[in-house]
Design a protein around this ligand. Structure first.
Ligand SMILES: [Zn+2]
Length: 199
């Protein structure tokens, strides 16, 4: 049955949800945006501004650049499932790999990401080598991104202890029997403050 249409066209546009608008943008506008930003501009700018040949510009600025970029993105599903540490779960194939994180803008903290897939940070340390998280945090500050889901330090520590390969970073000497009484008190105070800040 056709839905009843009430009110003006303007009213209808305002009634569209953000999901409807964004799915329209992605399904309809993706091909032209891809053509403009991935082919026409990168190939055309060198030809127009410094007389590069179209042949060179096409092969280098579209074919080679796009192939390299895609392969870097695919490293997340190949290298980041092969070589690295498994601090959170040693029984699954994804690993933590700094090189992939640097190349793929933060997507290499992959053991963490598979263990806690709902965490928007896709890595325990968030902004460390993770420009994608910094990008989301920036828009969260503006209020455009919201309801971000994360994981508490306690949950991470418990999971690492239970299933990790032992590579989860620990404070050196923490809990050692020969640690200073004062140092121990200070560490406990820090941990309590951190915990209070999380919840
Ligand atoms: Zn994966």
């Amino acid at each position: 049955m056709k839905p009843k249409v009430a009110g003006s066209a303007a009213k209808m546009i305002f009634a569209l949800s953000f999901d409807q608008v964004s799915s329209y943008v992605f399904s309809r506008l993706y091909p032209p945006l891809f053509a403009i930003f991935n082919i026409i501009l990168p190939v055309g700018i060198p030809v127009y501004y410094w007389n590069e040949t179209l042949w060179n510009s096409f092969w280098i600025n579209f074919v080679a650049r796009f192939t390299i970029t895609l392969n870097i993105a695919f490293f997340v599903n190949s290298i980041a499932h092969m070589w690295g540490q498994k601090p959170y779960d040693r029984n699954i194939s994804p690993v933590e790999n700094l090189a992939v994180s640097l190349a793929a803008l933060g997507e290499g903290w992959h053991n963490y990401h598979h263990v806690f897939p709902w965490d928007y940070k896709t890595g325990e340390l968030g902004n460390a080598y993770n420009p994608s998280t910094t990008f989301i945090d920036f828009f969260a500050k503006l209020g455009w991104a919201y309801d971000l889901k994360s994981v508490s330090k306690g949950m991470i520590a418990r999971r690492a202890k239970k299933c990790g390969d032992g590579s989860h970073p620990q404070i050196w000497g923490y809990g050692d029997s020969d640690i200073d009484k004062e140092d121990k008190e200070e560490l406990e105070k820090m941990a309590a403050e951190e915990k209070a800040a999380m919840f």
